[in-house]
Write a protein of this length. Structure first.
Length: 346
C-alpha cells in the first residue's frame, strides 16, 4: 500500500477527537449530513483496553438494534442490595443488554465509516489553535484544518485542557472480570451505608461477570473486596482481568458549544448520576454534536427535554441522598426501579 493512502484527509469540515461511542456517533451523523469527517483516536486498537462494566440500558442504540456480534446477554432482571443483606431489597425486570464493549465500539465506528467518515487510530490530538489541530501520527505530526471539532476524548479530555476549559470532575471506578459467580443472574447493584459516595455492581454474562465499584478512590478497594467476599461465599471466584478508570460527574452545561468546538459524552460530563452509566448519554450527545458540527442545526435547537430531564433528575436524586447524610432505602429502591424498568429508546 502506498504511504499516502494513510495520510490524513486535510482539510476537513468536521474533526472528531475520540472514536468511543460519543465520537463514533457524532462522526456518523456529521457524515450522513454530507460533511467531510475525520475521526482520530490515540488508541492503537479500537475499544481496547475495555474500561467498562458493559451494561447498556436498552437493546436499541441511536435508533438501531444493537448488532448481534456486540450482544453477550440480556440483563433480564435487576436486583438492588443494601448493606449486602442476604436478600435484595428490590427486584425488577430489566430491558438492558450486556454488551461486548470492544465489539460495540467497533460496530459504532463501522457505521460511521459506512456513512462516509474516515477513521484513524494511533493518531493523537496534541495541540489546538483556532481551526487547526496538531495530530501526532506514527509518521510524525500533521496539522489538520477543520471547520468544526467534536471533542469526544473521554473524561480526561486533552481538548478541554487545550482550550483552557475547566476539567470535568470525576469519580474513580475499579472493576474485575471474574468467572464463576452464580449468586447473581442479570444485573445487581450494591449500596452500603458507610459508602455514601458510591456503589457496587455485578453484571453477569453467561460464564463471567463484571464486578466493580465506583466512588471515592480511597475507598474503592475496600468495597470491592467486600463485594467479592460476598460473591465468593457460595463458590470460589477466578479473577480474569482488572480494570480501573475515571467516570465523569454530571456537568449541567453539558451541551454548550465553545466557538467551533462541541463536547460530547464523558468529555462533556454527560452522565446519569444515579447509575453513572455513560454509554447512552455518550450516544445521545454524540448524535447532537455531529448534527451541530455538520451545521444541520444550531446548538440551541438540539436539546431533547426528555433526555435533559432524565440526567438532571438523576443528578438531583444523588445530591438529595448525599445531603440527607445517609441513603434513604425507600427512595433508593424507587429510583432504581424507575430507572431500570423504564422502556427507553433514546
Ligand atoms: C470501570 C468503569 C465501568 C463502566 N461501566 C459502564 C457501564 O456498564 N455502562 C455504561 O453505560 N457506562 C459505563 N462506564 C462509563 C462509560 O464507559 C463511558 O461513559 C463511555 O465510555 C463514554 O464514552 P465516550 O465516547 O464519551 O468516551 P470514551 O469511551 O472514553 O472514548 C474516548 C476516546 O477518546 C480517545 N482519546 C482520548 N484522548 C485522545 C487524544 N488526545 N487524541 C485522540 N484520541 C483521544 C480515547 O482513546 C478513547 O477511545 C464505565 C466506566 C468505567 C471507568
Amino acid at each position: 500500500m502506498k504511504l499516502d493512502a494513510l495520510s490524513l484527509p486535510n482539510p476537513v469540515d468536521v474533526l472528531v477527537v475520540g472514536a468511543g461511542p460519543a465520537g463514533a456517533t457524532a462522526a456518523r451523523h456529521a457524515a450522513r449530513a454530507g460533511a467531510r469527517v475525520l475521526v482520530v483516536d490515540k488508541r492503537k486498537q479500537l475499544g481496547v483496553p475495555v474500561q467498562c462494566g458493559e451494561y447498556y440500558p436498552s437493546a436499541v442504540v441511536d435508533g438501531e438494534p444493537i448488532a448481534a456480534s456486540a450482544i453477550q446477554a440480556q440483563a433480564g432482571r435487576c436486583e438492588v442490595y443494601f448493606d449486602a443483606g442476604p436478600e435484595p431489597i428490590s427486584v425488577a425486570r430489566d430491558n438492558g443488554i450486556l454488551i461486548d464493549r470492544c465489539a460495540f465500539d467497533r460496530w459504532l465506528v463501522l457505521r460511521a465509516i459506512q456513512a462516509g467518515a474516515t477513521v484513524r487510530v494511533g493518531a493523537t490530538l496534541r495541540g489546538l489553535d483556532d481551526h487547526t489541530a496538531r495530530i501526532m501520527t506514527a509518521s510524525g505530526p500533521v496539522d489538520v484544518t477543520f471547520g468544526r471539532l467534536v471533542a469526544a476524548d473521554g473524561a480526561v479530555s486533552t481538548t478541554r485542557s487545550q482550550l483552557g476549559a475547566a476539567a470535568i470532575d470525576t469519580v474513580a471506578g475499579l472493576q474485575v472480570e471474574v468467572a464463576g459467580p452464580r449468586r447473581i443472574e442479570g444485573v445487581a447493584y450494591f449500596f452500603w451505608r458507610d459508602f455514601p459516595s458510591g456503589y457496587g455492581w455485578v453484571f453477569s454474562k453467561a460464564a463471567t461477570a463484571n464486578v466493580g465499584v465506583a466512588g471515592d478512590a480511597a475507598q474503592l478497594q475496600r468495597f470491592l473486596d467486600r463485594l467479592l467476599v460476598w460473591l465468593a461465599a457460595e463458590q470460589p471466584l477466578s479473577v480474569l482481568r482488572w480494570v480501573a478508570g475515571r467516570i465523569p460527574r454530571f456537568a449541567p452545561d453539558f451541551m454548550k458549544s465553545q466557538g467551533s468546538v462541541m463536547f460530547a459524552g464523558d468529555a462533556a460530563g454527560a452522565i446519569d448520576e444515579v447509575t453513572w452509566g455513560g454509554l447512552e448519554p455518550a450516544v445521545v450527545t454524540g448524535r447532537r454534536a455531529g448534527q451541530w458540527a455538520a451545521c444541520t442545526a444550531p446548538a440551541s435547537h438540539l436539546a431533547d427535554p426528555c433526555f435533559e430531564r432524565m440526567l438532571l433528575s438523576a443528578a438531583q436524586r444523588r445530591a438529595q441522598w448525599l445531603a440527607a447524610g445517609q441513603l434513604d432505602l425507600q427512595s433508593l429502591a424507587t429510583a432504581w426501579y424507575s430507572l431500570q424498568t423504564s422502556d427507553r429508546d433514546i
